[in-house]
Write a protein that binds this ligand. Structure first.
Ligand SMILES: [Zn+2]
Length: 358
């Protein structure tokens, strides 16, 4: 078998669709420069190759239609996302990817007709370009998450959704940070069939601002995120400890920011705290938003978690003993990417105590 030599798991099934690979964003803007977009199809190809090498069964997502995405996103936003690239090409001769050039920051008076205005309305930043295949890939990614959740709801202990593009920065009506449809939120909503309370634990190095926003006024979905401090790191405006939910949801959002560059010990302490809070909430099911970009070798350089650290984090989370959908979020091209996934999935399976095949 490949990789670290950890026992392969027959606990975790994986869901994946090749249609997700068609989305190939060309660039994003960072440091005032047009740079190659790090959210590339090769990420998913590497992760897929590793789960296959581990012997994990990989299944296609079910045909679920628009229902899962409509459960957490605005119809107006979904219409924009579906038609944006075509509208953009009609508006601009030799147009490129859809990118916003302005944003309605203060009390916009009306929803614009122009695709330029709608791009500003629905796109948070310059890291979520919409190309010719973005919509179909994002829908396949959402279906992957929904199918994983449905398998968990149907009795599987844990299922890994190999989602790409990622989702946790997508709000109900807005793309951002490489994300278009919030796969984690979609999975959490699907898991509601298991019981009245569901929890989300986001361990991506970036705060899960879209997921937080979608559930911010709800007490039935407890959202917890461990991430690099937004005072110094994307998404900058959300992810602080004082953001605890609002209205009926007050007290049902927990942020645990860590200094940029934190390694295994602070991450393990934070996840230990997150797991204790989730245990007290006693959810019927759990969604893990599995970003692997807190890794010490990740090019986005927000954390210094080791490969072994991901295994230990997985063990802590699996100790909750909850039916769990594991949804892939960030984690960018570097030598350790696939090994980190293997260690996480293996660590999860070991901690759940399921028989393994060596
Ligand atoms: Zn991330």
């Amino acid at each position: 078998m490949a990789g670290t030599g950890v026992a392969r798991s027959d606990l975790v099934k994986a869901v994946f669709s090749e249609r997700q690979l068609a989305h190939a964003p060309e660039f994003f803007v960072a440091g005032g420069r047009k740079l190659p977009n790090p959210e590339q199809p090769a990420r998913a190809e590497r992760l897929l190759a590793r789960v296959q090498a581990m012997g994990v069964p990989v299944i296609e997502p079910a045909s679920l239609g628009a229902g899962p995405r409509l459960a957490v996103h605005d119809r107006q936003y979904l219409d924009f996302l579906e038609h944006a690239y075509g509208d953009w090409q009609r508006a601009f001769a030799a147009g490129g990817e859809v990118m916003p050039s302005m944003r309605p920051l203060e009390n916009p008076g009306a929803y614009p007709r122009s695709i330029v205005g709608r791009a500003g309305w629905h796109m948070a930043d310059l890291a979520c370009p919409i190309g010719p295949d973005t919509w179909h890939a994002a829908c396949a990614s959402a279906a992957t998450a929904a199918t994983a959740a449905d398998l968990v709801a149907g009795g599987e202990g844990a299922v890994y959704a190999l989602c790409r593009p990622p989702g946790h920065h997508a709000h109900g009506g807005r793309a951002g940070g490489f994300c278009y449809l919030n796969n984690t939120a979609i999975a959490a909503q699907r898991l509601k069939v298991l019981g009245p309370r569901i929890a989300v634990l986001d361990i991506d190095v970036h705060h899960g601002n879209g997921t937080q926003a979608i559930f911010y006024r709800r007490r039935d979905v407890f959202t917890v995120s461990v991430h690099a401090d937004p005072a110094d790191y994307y998404p900058f405006f959300w992810g602080h400890g004082h953001e605890q939910g609002a209205g009926e949801g007050e007290g049902y959002n927990l942020n645990i920011p860590l200094p940029v560059g934190s390694g295994d010990d602070p991450w393990l302490d934070a996840v230990t705290g997150a797991v204790a809070a989730i245990a007290a909430f006693d959810p019927a099911g759990l969604v893990v938003a599995l970003g692997l970009d807190a890794y010490e070798g990740d090019p986005l350089a927000g954390g210094t978690v080791t490969t072994a650290g991901f295994g230990r984090i997985a063990g802590l989370i699996a100790g909750l003993g909850k039916p769990t959908a594991i949804v892939q979020e960030g984690g960018y091209l570097c030598d350790g990417l696939a090994g980190n996934l293997e260690r996480f999935l293996s660590g999860f399976a070991v901690a759940q105590g399921t028989p393994k095949t060596l």
